[in-house]
Write a protein of this length. Structure first.
Ligand SMILES: Cc1cc2nc3c(=O)[nH]c(=O)nc-3n(C[C@H](O)[C@H](O)[C@H](O)COP(=O)(O)OP(=O)(O)OC[C@H]3O[C@@H](n4cnc5c(N)ncnc54)[C@H](O)[C@@H]3O)c2cc1C
Length: 333
């Protein structure tokens, strides 16, 4: 329901957005593929079943159908699942569009304003301390992604959110290589069976940076460029700890679609996903005057506007738009 509420809100925003944010009107399709490998095949099946249970129409496809749909995919694939799903948007443009909309509606949007701590009066949170001074309010909504735990610690609240770094490599192929989003199965599993990103212990760190788990995800963009992703690494520092990830992603992409080798490299960047132990975000009041909305993992865009609706109802004391229990902060004690 949170994802559905988000999709509806993005559709409404696209009708009248202050700047375009590239939302696909129609689903472009998502093809999950597996090679002759038990892990790939079983986790592909599991992911397809989990999506079907959420109402996504899925079609199992054999190798001939995979190559009919996507002639440039490698010949060593053995099965696949076609999801009638996947709409793309430009997340940076969406963020700006939402901020402009909030400003138009009377919101005071401040950029480059770092929050150093929360202001608490006993148990009650009354505001935040920023580099530009204190800001007080009736309710603080803390939505600082993977940085949420450090701000919560300033009011002595422990949260189980950890960071998982993911990279994207941006390529310009000389011609279209794939026509829908393609993922090789097996590099991550469906929450809650997915391996959580555990807190790093000092003993782990002694042996070097945390290992990066890499897979392959190809997203063709409307402008003809291609995004290559599919990596996870538990985060210790804000700076990247494994600069070999883009190289490994590109290697996986060429293995999955050999024509990718001819693409020009436009750049690469990374972000940090805020992870929770059960793969669901934490949305709710944790103290009087303090609402947390964080821990959206790999789905923060998919779930963003639905989260905002839920937060709005909590702050205004209205009936929630959907069942709040799956997102309750209380589930972690
Ligand atoms: C490679 C990659 C690919 C992804 N692909 C997808 C996808 O296809 N679909 C999808 O739905 N999701 C995707 N995600 C996940 C998505 O990006 C996250 O779930 C989402 O960004 C989380 O949103 P958030 O607002 O909670 O946190 P963030 O986006 O991290 O935003 C938190 C904000 O808080 C600010 N902040 C932090 N601390 C402070 C402070 N002290 N003072 C002031 N500001 C502060 C930060 O600067 C930041 O702007 C992807 C992530 C990665 C890394």
């Amino acid at each position: 329901p949170m994802a559905r509420a988000s999709a509806e809100a993005y559709d409404r925003l696209a009708e009248d957005a202050p700047i375009p944010f590239g939302l696909d009107r129609e689903r472009v399709g998502f093809l999950l593929v597996a090679g002759d490998d038990d892990t790939e095949r079983s986790s592909g099946k599991e992911e397809a079943e989990a999506a079907a249970a959420c109402g996504v129409p899925i079609q199992a496809v054999d190798v001939a159908e995979i190559h009919r749909l996507e002639p440039d995919l490698a010949s060593d694939l053995v099965e696949g699942w076609l999801f009638d799903d996947a709409r793309r948007l430009d997340p940076a443009a969406l963020t700006v569009a939402l901020a402009l909309r909030a400003r138009r509606d009377g919101g005071d949007v401040r950029t480059s304003t770092v929050v150093r701590s929360l202001i608490a009066d006993g148990d009650v949170v009354r505001g935040v301390v920023t580099d530009q001074g204190a800001l007080e309010g009736d309710v603080v909504v803390l939505a600082a992604g993977p940085w949420t735990p450090s701000l919560l610690r300033t009011v002595d609240f422990r949260s189980p959110i950890t960071g998982s770094r993911g990279w994207l490599v941006h390529l310009a192929p000389p011609r279209s290589v794939v026509s829908r989003v393609i993922s090789r199965a097996g590099w991550h599993r469906v929450p809650p069976r997915d391996e959580p990103t555990p807190p790093i212990t000092a003993a782990d760190l002694m042996d070097g940076p945390p290992k990066t788990n890499t897979g392959t995800l190809l997203q063709p963009n409307a402008d003809g460029t291609l995004l290559v992703g599919g990596s996870r690494q538990a985060v210790v520092t804000d700076e990247p700890e494994d600069p070999t990830v883009p190289q490994r992603l590109v290697r996986g992409a060429i293995r999955l679609a050999p024509a990718v080798a001819e693409a020009t490299v436009l750049g690469a960047w990374w972000g940090i996903r805020p992870m929770t132990p059960d793969g669901r975000p934490i949305v709710g009041a944790v103290r009087p005057g303090l609402v947390v909305a964080a821990g959206h993992g790999a789905l923060g865009v998919v779930l963003g506007a639905g989260t905002a609706r839920l937060v709005g109802s909590i702050v205004l004391g209205e009936d929630p738009p959907f069942d709040t229990d799956p997102f309750s902060p209380a589930r972690f004690g």
